[in-house]
Design a protein around this ligand. Structure first.
Ligand code: TRP
Ligand code: SF4
Length: 331
């Protein structure tokens, strides 16, 4: 039997190159080796966006289309929407019974977000419980591995603590001890050198039009010490160069040398990078267009995923209900 993997993304906006390089490429590779469940975490999106008029349905469709266009295969993997499988909330409640408040209050991601996100009111009951729902997402399917970025490690640690506590109280070895599958280190920074993120507006969307890509690349930060063409560049300090390393590794060495010897200017270096990115995204965007012509098919894929996920979920929950002693009046 293949091991089970679960991962999720919040449908808060368009997917970008950071998602592709940080998560999706990993998901795609894992599909053959594991039994994969890929989930659109719409409840988690609402935990921060409950006041914002984001179009969840539109975002979910758009994100799933990107997943498929990049190579997530509904034949190999189960693709579904979190809120469509109601057991997530049921297990979330069960875990809420046994999760110490202090554990959540001390969670580093919680503290960081409370400090840094100032344009939303996150001082809610649900937001504190964000990692509890994430633990439910994972353990509902008894997933043993979770592909995530480093920013999610604290949540995974909480998942393990909840799993162990449940097992300790109710039944040893009922839930697994899920491990992180870390994304390879090919980290892609945003256009301004910070983490690529929607909220920093420093991203290139997977569906970005070619002229928008060119414009964004032309505005990228470069080696700050290189002001005139004749100043020798330091490609190791240049974000543009790190994009070459990811998207055109075969061009990296040559560009490195030409930059150091002032044989190429930043404008030309960026123009070439823009073309590389446009070419890179072209097949994905072609596939996207094809998929968007038949939205019913996308909703079918989600309905099938929901059915498959729902089966496992209801099995786990019926076991859990017994273990925690919820009354069962079935005769
Ligand atoms: N918290 C994750 C993120 O922001 C999304 C997520 C929700 C998730 N549930 C999950 C990731 C379960 C892995 C497993 O990226
Ligand atoms: Fe960066 Fe290219 Fe300019 Fe060198 S030439 S500093 S690698 S943008």
């Amino acid at each position: 039997m293949k091991k089970i993997i679960l991962s999720g993304m919040r449908p808060t906006g368009k997917l970008h190159l950071g998602h592709l390089m940080g998560a999706l490429d990993n998901w795609i590779k894992l599909q053959d080796e594991y039994e994969c469940l890929f989930m659109v975490a719409d409840w988690h999106a609402l935990m921060s966006e409950y006041e914002n008029p984001i179009d969840l349905k539109e975002n979910i469709l758009d994100n799933v289309v990107d997943w498929l266009a990049c190579g997530i295969s509904p034949k190999k993997s189960t693709i579904f929407v979190q809120s469509h499988v109601k057991e997530h909330l049921e297990l979330y409640m069960v875990f809420s019974l046994i999760t110490q408040l202090g554990l959540l209050e001390r969670c580093p991601t919680y503290k960081e977000q409370m400090r840094e996100i100032t344009n939303r009111d996150l001082s809610t009951y649900a937001f504190l419980g964000y990692p509890v729902l994430q633990a439910a997402d994972i353990l509902l399917y008894k997933a043993e591995a979770v592909p995530v970025g480093e920013d999610q490690l604290a949540h995974l640690e909480l998942t393990r603590q909840i799993s162990r506590k449940f097992n300790h109280i109710y039944r040893l070895e009922f839930f697994p001890d899920p491990k992180a599958v870390l994304t390879r280190t090919n980290r892609l920074l945003g256009l301004d050198g910070r983490k690529m993120s929607k909220s920093y507006n420093n991203y290139i969307a997977l569906s970005e039009e070619p002229d928008a890509i060119l414009k964004k690349v032309m505005n990228m930060f470069t080696d700050p010490a290189r002001i005139k063409f004749t100043d020798p560049g330091h490609p190791e300090k240049c974000n543009v160069h790190s994009y070459y390393a990811v998207f055109a590794p075969e061009r990296k060495k040559e560009m490195d040398e030409r930059c150091r010897k002032s044989e190429i200017g930043c404008v030309d270096c960026k123009k070439e990078l823009a073309q590389i990115l446009i070419k890179y995204l072209e097949p994905i965007q072609e596939k996207r267009k094809g998929l968007l012509k038949n939205k019913t098919k996308i909703f079918d894929i989600l309905a099938q995923g929901e059915k498959k996920a729902g089966k496992i979920a209801s099995q786990t929950m019926s076991e859990v209900r017994k273990l925690i002693n919820l009354s069962d009046f079935a005769l």
